[in-house]
Design a protein around this ligand. Sequence first.
Ligand SMILES: Cc1cc2nc3c(=O)[nH]c(=O)nc-3n(C[C@H](O)[C@H](O)[C@H](O)COP(=O)(O)OP(=O)(O)OC[C@H]3O[C@@H](n4cnc5c(N)ncnc54)[C@H](O)[C@@H]3O)c2cc1C
Length: 603
Amino acid sequence: MVQKGGITMTNFQTVYQRSFPVSPDGDPYVQNDLGLYTHNHPVPPADVATRRAYLVGSGIGSLIAAAYLVRDGQMPGENITILEELAVPGGAFDGSGDTEKGFIARGGREMGQHFECFWDIMKDIPALEMPAPYTVLDEFRITNENDPNRNPCRIINHQGHRRDAYRMGLNRKGQLAVLKLLFARESDTYYKSIEDWFDEDFLHSTFYTLWKTMFAFEQWQSLTEMKRYMHRFLQYMPGFSDLSCLRFSKYNQNDSFVVPLVRWLKDQGVVFRYDCLVHDLEMTITAHRKVVDTVLVRHGDGTEERIGVTDRDVVLVTNGSLTECTGYGDMDHAAPYSTDELAGWELWRNLAKKSAVFGRPDVFCADPDKTVWESISFNFIGADHPFLRKIKELTGNDPLSGRTVTGGIITVEDSSWCISLTMNRQPQFHGQPEDWGVAWAYGLYPFAIGDCVGKPMLECTGEEILKEYCYHFGLLDQFEEIRSRTKVRLATMPYITAFFMPRGKGDRPEVIPDGCVNLGFLGQFVETPDDCVFTTEGSARTAMMAVYGLLDLDRDVPPIWPAQYDIRALLASAKTLNNGRLPGGRLLARLLKGSYYEDILPS
Ligand SMILES: Cc1cc2nc3c(=O)[nH]c(=O)nc-3n(C[C@H](O)[C@H](O)[C@H](O)COP(=O)(O)OP(=O)(O)OC[C@H]3O[C@@H](n4cnc5c(N)ncnc54)[C@H](O)[C@@H]3O)c2cc1C
C-alpha cells in the first residue's frame, strides 16, 4: 500500500491472485492478467505541478511520453519541454514534399491492433478529420474496418509475374529450427545471428522471404530479435502470405499521427524547441543513485545552453536513432551514404562513459555496412501511368480509388537488391494531386549489383533505381514513358536496422536504469521485457514505462498480447508453417471431435 495525496493506492501486481504464471522471465512489469481492470486513472504525485520534464527528441516515442505525462501524470503542459535537434517534430515518422520535388516518407508503417500502449493514448487524441468526440484511434479503425487490408500479390518473379505465396516451403528441419528457437532461453541466443541458427534451405524458403522482407531482417542480424518477433507476432503468421494481418493509416504517419498529437500537446501548453541538440547530461552518480543535474544543449550556430534540473524533475532521452545521417537523393542524384555526423548517437555515447547501466551504443552503430538500406518514394503521375496500370494488373485494385491498393509490400524474389514496393491508400500526402500515385519502396541488399543497371543500389540515381524496378516489374520496354512521368526521391539510412545487430544483456539500457531517479530512456534502443524493436509500439511502450516509473503512477503497462500462450494461435501458426496442414491434425481432430474444445482447431 502506498500513500499518495491522502489516497491509499494498491499495487495490483502484488496483491491480486494470478491465474497463471504470465512472464517467461519473471518480470511482472509488462505482464499481468488483469485486463481492463488496470485501465484506471492513476493518482499523480502530490508535487507534480512543480515538477518539470525535458524530453530529448521529438520522435513518436517522445511525443507519446509527453502525452502520458499530461494525461496520466497530470503534469501541466507548460512544465514539459521537448528538445529536438531538427527543425520539425516526428523523427522517423516523417512525410513531406510538393508537386515540384515529389512527395517523400522515409518509411511506411505496417501496424496492428495489438499496439497496446500506442492505442491506449491514441484513443484520447482528437481525430485529424472527424469531429469531436472521435479520436485518432476511431479514425484509424474506421478506415481499416471499411477497407480491410489484403495483399493479393505478395511475391513476383521473372519480370512481373505473380507467384503463390501461401506455401511456406519449409522442410521438417526448418520447421524444427523454428520450434527450437521458440523453446530456447533468450540468453542462449545472445550475440548469435539468424544464419548461425538456420540453414541455407531455410534462408531460401518462401517463409523466410516473406519474413525478412516484411520485417527487414538480414541474415547476419540478431537471432535474439528474431526470436522476440516470433513470440510477438505469432498470431499474424496465418496472415503473412496476403498481409491481411496488417492495418495501415489513411495518410502517411506524419499526417496521421504526428500532426494530431503535436496539435493536442500544444493545446495543453507543451513547449517545442527545435535546433537543440542535447549532447550530454551532467550527472551526480553515487553507489545507489544517479541524478541528472544539467541538460547540455548545442544549437545549430554552435552556441551552448545549460538547463538545470532537480531530482524531482524528469529527463527522458531517445537514445540512438534509426534515421540518423539520412542521405537524400532524387531522380538525378544518388542518396549519399555518409556516417560522418553521429550527433544523435553522441549523447548515448557520452552517457555510456558514465556508467555501464547506460548500455553499449557501439554494439549497434559501429558497423553501418551491416545496417544500411535505402528507401524510395516513387511519384507516378497520371491515371494511365504504366506503373499504375501494372499495379492494377497484379493486384486487381485501382491505385487511385482511394482504397487499399497493394495492401503491403510486393517483393521481387529474384532481385539481387531484394526490392519491394507498396502503394497504400491514395492520396498519401496532403497536397498530392488526385491523379498521382505515390509508392514507397526499399531494397534490403543495397551493396549487391543490380540485375538491370549493373551497379550497387547505393550508387544509383533515382532514374537508375526506377529502371531496375521497371525491369523487375516487366516494364522495361516502357521505361522512357515511365521516366518522363515519374518523380523519384531517395533516402539512404545508414542505421536503419542498427537495433537488429546481434546483442546481449546490458547492451541496451533499461527504460529506467538501475539507480536513476530522474532519467528514463525511450525508443528503439532500450530494453523492454519481451517487446520488439522497429515498431511504433516499441517506442510507445518505453514512453509509458518511463513515465509511470519516474512519476510512480499506479497504472499498469498493458501486457504484450499473449498470443504465444494461446493454443489457438499456436495451432494456426503450426498449420501455416506446414503449408496449410496441421501436424498431427487428424489425431487432434479425432480427439476433440464433439467436445467443447473442437473449435480450437484452425479451419
Ligand atoms: C523505413 C522505416 C520503416 C518502418 N516501418 C515500420 C513498420 O512497418 N511498423 C512500425 O510499427 N514501425 C516502423 N518503423 C519504425 C518506427 O517508425 C520507429 O520505431 C519510430 O518512429 C521511432 O520513434 P522514436 O521516437 O523512438 O525515435 P525516432 O523517430 O528516431 O525519433 C528520435 C528523435 O529524436 C531526435 N534526437 C535524437 N537524439 C537527439 C539529441 N541528442 N538531441 C536532440 N534531438 C535528438 C531525432 O532528431 C528524432 O527526431 C519504420 C521506420 C522506418 C524509418
